[in-house]
Design a protein around this ligand. Structure first.
Ligand code: GLV
Length: 316
């Protein structure tokens, strides 16, 4: 690809949702920009047409966003813009530089400790004014398998190693990576899962990882407890109730779903072996979101390909 020429985009459309101050934050640093910051649902086709660059986590419902010259994603996963969306191959897609690993590591650890310390049971007993001693389980010494060894997977691995777990990564390449005890390629799934107490999903959603956990993989999950902080569609969600009923999984903490918000009709809601949270394990911050965009903008202005550029083919 020819190297890009310097470009000085000025009209920036921000879908802010949880980050209402992001527009002000950016204009305070770059007063030469004209920023239009709106809640995602309020972005019209005319706003998209006006924009030279869009900054956000999900695409708007209306407008030709697929043909924008540049989209900067402020979340770790870029799939909302890239996965089966028809995004123009000419669109520059950049992603945040924010490291969600430590935060998501804490989320996963909290979910695992809630299971080993029987927190739900104690809450229920307290609500019922019942004194019922129960045995807790040790988290230390258990085997953790993390699918995805990027910055999020590494943050999770650090959190579990800190409490004495052994942590094993599964990735496309199987290349060794700190701080995992071992890393193996995904085709070793069943062997690596053998004896695992925890199976944690932390990979991007791509053509390769879509429904990665299908029925046969779930059958090979060895009774592990599943924690999904990746994307809902990494699992064939329709098989989850069966996987739990059959004991292929001993339970699940799910932060992401194939369709969000999770439908009130989902069979997952009432299950006592499932814990649901509304996609909150790694939350973007305003300074974190702004940093990656401003760095990439400086590179675009200098005529360089931003370091945070996502390869469309690879999907992340
Ligand atoms: C959240 O899911 C993110 O990708 O940042």
């Amino acid at each position: 690809m020819a190297s890009p020429s310097p470009w000085f985009p000025k009209r920036i459309l921000i879908s802010h949702n949880l980050h209402e101050g992001l527009g002000e934050f950016l204009t305070a640093r770059r007063p030469d920009l004209t920023v239009r910051a709106l809640a995602l649902a309020d972005i019209s086709a005319a706003d998209v047409e006006w924009a030279e660059v869009m900054v956000g986590f999900r695409p708007p419902r209306e407008g030709a966003w697929r043909d924008l010259r540049w989209i900067h994603c402020i979340g770790a996963g870029v799939d909302a813009f890239l996965f089966r969306t028809g995004l123009s191959p000419n669109t520059l897609l950049t992603r945040t530089s924010e490291d969600f690993g430590p935060q998501i590591g804490e989320y996963c650890l909290a979910r695992a400790l809630a299971v080993t310390q029987r927190l739900r049971l104690h809450d229920a007993d307290q609500a019922a004014r019942e004194w019922r001693p129960t045995h807790s389980e040790r988290l230390a010494g258990t085997r953790v398998v993390v699918v995805g060894t990027g910055s999020v997977g590494q943050g999770i691995a650090r959190a579990f190693r800190a409490v004495g777990c052994s942590v094993h990564g599964l990735s496309r390449s199987g290349n060794r990576h700190e701080p995992f005890d071992t890393v193996e390629p995904l085709d070793r799934f069943a062997a690596v899962l053998d004896g695992a107490r925890w199976l944690i999903l932390a990979c991007p959603l791509t053509e390769e990882s879509w429904h990665l956990l299908d029925r046969s993989k779930l059958e090979a999950a060895s009774g592990a407890y599943l924690i999904n902080v990746a994307r809902g569609a990494v699992i064939d969600e329709s098989v989850l109730p069966l996987a739990l009923d059959q004991g292929w999984l001993s339970g699940a903490a799910l932060d992401v779903f194939e369709r969000e918000p999770l439908s009130p009709d989902s069979p997952l809601w009432p299950r006592r072996d499932v814990t649901i949270s509304p996609h909150i394990s790694g939350l973007t911050t305003i300074p974190g979101a702004a940093a990656g965009f401003l760095t990439s903008l400086a590179e675009v202005e200098a005529g360089c390909r931003p370091e945070l550029t996502v390869e469309h083919q690879r999907g992340y």
